[in-house]
Design a protein around this ligand. Structure first.
Ligand SMILES: [Zn+2]
Length: 559
């Protein structure tokens, strides 16, 4: 290893926001890295979901190889939701190559690293750690050492001021980042390291929350509120920039620095309810039991999680809000909402689980009550869904909702392809986001969003600064899977043959191995559809899982 590398992840960071502030001199630390290094957009996975993107970052592989397609997935032998975790990761992360070469690795808040794996170095997990009692560090005693050093590693952002008081919310995000950055700085200063990778997550949370205040074109733009909090928003990003500066300084002048995001951010306006659409098109059928019929009647009348949330929000019934948000039915209120439990599986060809237009075919042999024969019928159902989806128009505006619809083998290749959604509907993300917070969140097809006003886009950011990287240059055509091989190349380490990404800078030595296939060769034929595959050992207890699901619900990822 010929150099040390610090990777700072800024979840959801986008040039749309950062570039103007850099030009105005408001983000001096990021501005300095841009001036001294190479930078440009970083294209992410389709769909642009953090769980898939960060694992693609870690492995340098497409999701067909690593098997992480979203935070949630249908469990193998049930029509229920499983939560992604490190055991789902079907490929080794690139830092194992650094460890194998004797290097010391530090990971902080890198998504989908929980439960923390044995490491030559240290890990502090963040997103999707169920609670403070969980063993979220490696080595395990590190958790207490952080506290003994008088530092605080906050596990979750404080959500209390979300959708209520933007100024307090922004201050909460800032405190959270500063506290975590202190911990990482201390770790860098007190332990040897060759690679440190730390992800600042609040950039994404903030953009979800305040996009309409940044963007005068947004339909929910509130000029008065925007004027009041404009400075606070910039101050939040400046605090983030100061965290970057603190970390870069701790790394020292000889370290190579990479700043990157897992996807970009932008406005959105409306939710698209995929399961409603599938039902309307006849691909999904409901049971005709008395209870399901009553629920459908209530649903038709507007008794849905979204209307209930609007009412509860309007009345200021905070505690009820939680009950409503536990929409998948563990709460008493949730049990009255229409859900996948009301679906008549024997007559259902397709269903959606996830927040990004993921559709699963109810295929015989791979689902407990499959209704579609594999082979010709499977292909015909997919073709029909794709054709109809591309014709879908927003009833209010007439705009096309779906920009592209993919069969999984068009996007992914590898041993985990059979775990992927069968179809991915890529919405026009400037306006539409699939609603995955509840199976049937609303009785509408498309409707204005509540809560969030910003969402993920395909273009993230990347900045690289260090020896051999030409200063002030533009990077084009970079993809999130390129980071892993680039880091290894910069460290003069061989790149595992299975990695799909390309080297952006550095000396490329590619280990030749078996089981590799050229990057752009056609995908293998249709593979057996199955549930989440081998290696999916669930580390969460039932209670842990409920807490993690609650986090995802609060963040708007799942019901
Ligand atoms: Zn993200």
């Amino acid at each position: 290893m010929n150099r040390r590398i610090l990777i700072i992840g800024l979840d959801g960071a986008t040039w749309t926001n950062l570039r103007p502030w850099i030009e105005q001199g408001k983000l001096p630390h990021l501005g300095k890295l841009v001036a001294e290094g190479a930078s440009g957009p970083l294209t992410t996975t389709i769909p642009p979901v953090s769980a898939s993107a960060w694992v693609s970052f870690a492995t340098g592989c497409n999701p067909g190889k690593h098997g992480s397609f979203d935070f949630v997935f249908p469990r193998p032998n049930a029509y229920d939701i499983g939560v992604v975790n490190v055991n789902v990761r079907g490929m080794p992360p690139f830092w194992q190559a650094i460890e194998a070469a004797g290097g010391q690795v530090g990971l902080a808040s890198v998504p989908i690293t929980y439960p923390p794996q044995p490491i030559n170095g240290w890990t502090v997990c963040g997103f999707l750690v169920p609670n403070e009692q969980a063993a979220y560090t490696q080595p395990p005693e590190l958790k207490e050492q952080i506290k003994a050093a008088g530092l605080v590693w906050p596990l979750h952002e404080f959500e209390g001021n979300r959708s209520r008081d933007p100024r307090k919310f922004l201050q909460d995000m800032r405190t959270f980042d500063e506290s975590r950055t202190q911990v990482v700085t201390w770790l860098m200063q007190t332990r040897p390291w060759d690679l440190v990778s730390f992800v600042i997550k609040t950039t994404d949370t903030t953009q979800h929350e305040v996009w309409h205040l940044l963007d005068p074109q947004h339909p929910r733009h509130d000029a008065e509120m925007a004027a009041r909090v404009k400075d606070d928003i910039v101050a939040y990003f400046q605090a983030m920039d100061a965290c970057v500066g603190q970390l870069v300084q701790a790394a020292g002048p000889d370290a190579t620095v990479i700043v990157m995001s897992d996807h970009g951010g932008g406005p959105f306006e409306k939710f698209f309810h995929v399961n409603n659409w599938l039902a309307l098109q006849g691909f999904l059928k409901f049971k005709r039991t008395p209870l399901s019929l009553v629920k459908r009647a209530l649903f038709a009348l507007g008794f849905t999680p979204i209307t209930a949330l609007k009412i509860v929000n309007g009345l200021g019934l905070g505690r009820l809000r939680k009950n409503v948000k536990r929409g998948r039915g563990r709460g008493w209120l949730g049990r009255l909402f229409l859900s996948l439990r009301d679906v008549d599986w024997a007559r259902t060809q397709a269903f959606s689980i996830g927040n990004f237009g993921q559709i699963y075919i109810n295929t015989k042999g791979s689902r407990p009550r499959g209704a579609v024969e594999p082979g010709a019928e499977y292909q015909a159902v997919r073709d029909k869904i794709i054709e109809q989806a591309l014709g879908l128009r927003d009833p209010a505006s007439g705009d096309a909702v779906i920009r592209a619809a993919y069969k999984r083998e068009e996007l992914y290749h590898g041993a985990r392809l059979s775990n992927a959604p069968d179809i991915i509907l890529h919405t026009d993300r400037s306006k539409y986001v699939s609603f995955g917070h509840a199976d049937f969140g609303s009785n509408q097809l498309v409707e204005p969003s509540i809560g969030q006003t910003g969402h993920h886009t395909m273009d993230g950011i990347v900045i690289l600064r260090g020896a051999g990287i030409p200063a002030g240059t533009q990077i084009t055509g970079a993809n999130i899977i390129d980071i892993a091989p680039t880091v290894l190349a910069l460290m003069s380490l061989p790149i595992p043959s299975e990695m799909d990404g390309k080297v952006l800078f550095g000396v490329e030595t590619r280990a030749s191995g078996q089981g590799d296939r050229p990057r752009n060769s056609p995908p293998a034929g249709e593979t057996r559809a199955s549930g989440q595959g081998s290696g999916d050992e669930n580390p969460y207890s039932e209670e842990d899982e409920e807490q993690v699901m609650e986090r995802l619900r609060q963040l708007g990822y799942v019901a």
